[in-house]
Design a protein around this ligand. Sequence first.
Ligand SMILES: C[S@@+](CC[C@H](N)C(=O)[O-])C[C@H]1O[C@@H](n2cnc3c(N)ncnc32)[C@H](O)[C@@H]1O
Length: 433
Amino acid sequence: MKKDTRALAARALAEIAIRGASLRDVMNRSAPQLPDPRDRALLMALLSEGARWWLRFDAAIDGLLEKPLRHKDPAVHALLVLGLVQLEVLELQDYAAVAATVEAVRALKRPQLAGLVNAVLRRWQRERVSLIARLDAQPQTRHAHPAWLASALKHDWPAQAEAVMMADNREPPLMLRVNRQRTDTASLMDALQGAGHAASRHEWLRDALSLPHSVDVTRMPGFEDGLFAVQDGAAQIAADLADLHGGMRVLDACAAPGGKACHLLERAEIDLTALEFDAGRAERIRENLMRLRLNARIVIGDAGAPAEWWNGVPFERILIDAPCSATGVLRRRPDVRLHRRESDIAAMQLQQRRILSALWPLLAPGGRLVYITCSVLRAENEAIVGELLAQQIDAQRVPFTLPVGQPAAVGWQILPGDGDLDGMYYAVLHKQA
Ligand SMILES: C[S@@+](CC[C@H](N)C(=O)[O-])C[C@H]1O[C@@H](n2cnc3c(N)ncnc32)[C@H](O)[C@@H]1O
């Protein structure tokens, strides 16, 4: 019997939004139950948009129910949220969205709730203008961001906070990084266009191609041959700021899954150590290196404890793509906003501070360190780099500007949506010779 995709999605979304499971894990578990790729695409759309808009429509459903269902019947609660997502975000035909949602409640083996589900969705349709006005009155429900994050954004970026939250809720383009060791942007663009993909060159990123929508890249020409990788344009700036020259000893200290490490290797003949704490994630570096036909030394170890893995020879370049809140990439990882807690930021800062101060001594005099996060919070970015500059007399900031984004107190911040890129922070430090 064919699975009801909406019922499956409702159970999966309840796992993500109520029980804290990751979207990727849930998708990997659920997708094999749907043999038809169209059903899998619908499941992905329902889970992504369901997670992205949860904080808006979860509040709406509470207002429409006399007794909350969230804990008593989480899958039915999630199904109702998905009903509103289909009406308001995916803009499915009203009749189809309501009928399919009522049908799904039967597939969830809750036929006794079919009338309730129907009544809630019909009431939403009748009263939607006033209900939407009520949701729009609060930043948390207007933009479906947790209250702590909405106020942290307002605090750190008062002029941009609204635009950031709106960008977090838009579908990002699919961006590719052309492997210049194996091809060039013009040739790959021709090949992709020839296969019917609307690939276009990026205005100012040398290795980037952009496609308007996400597609299965493994079926694109050149994927198996390692001609390209998926990487947002904001992350591709790292290779420019690293200022590489042939023969350099380079450390990528937080390397998995290897996006930036591979880009560095595509740019120059360097001796790269790719360090990663998590052995499972380090496997992803190996796979990416193999597919892209690149070589690096993969080391499993803690960037904050170099005594355990460093051979004492300094590095001329160090890249620290630090573990962070990921608040700059909410458009690509819509479940992060549901799982991240305000208290996580202090824990992240401890790691960032620890890694940066442990690795500074490993940088050769005259060398360059690039500190990166995909956070938009100043506490994880300029605050951490500012502390190092205050502590290390041989550390100097290297000033630079980028075509998009804004200067931070130290370094440069790209906010989500700036130039249609992910949010990313960069600081470049030089060690006095
Ligand atoms: C932002 S991700 C890096 C993304 C990667 N640079 C890329 O471009 O594909 C941060 C990585 O740092 C790793 N990490 C976290 N703490 C670490 C530590 N103390 N030492 C080494 N790696 C660590 C995480 O497991 C994660 O894989």
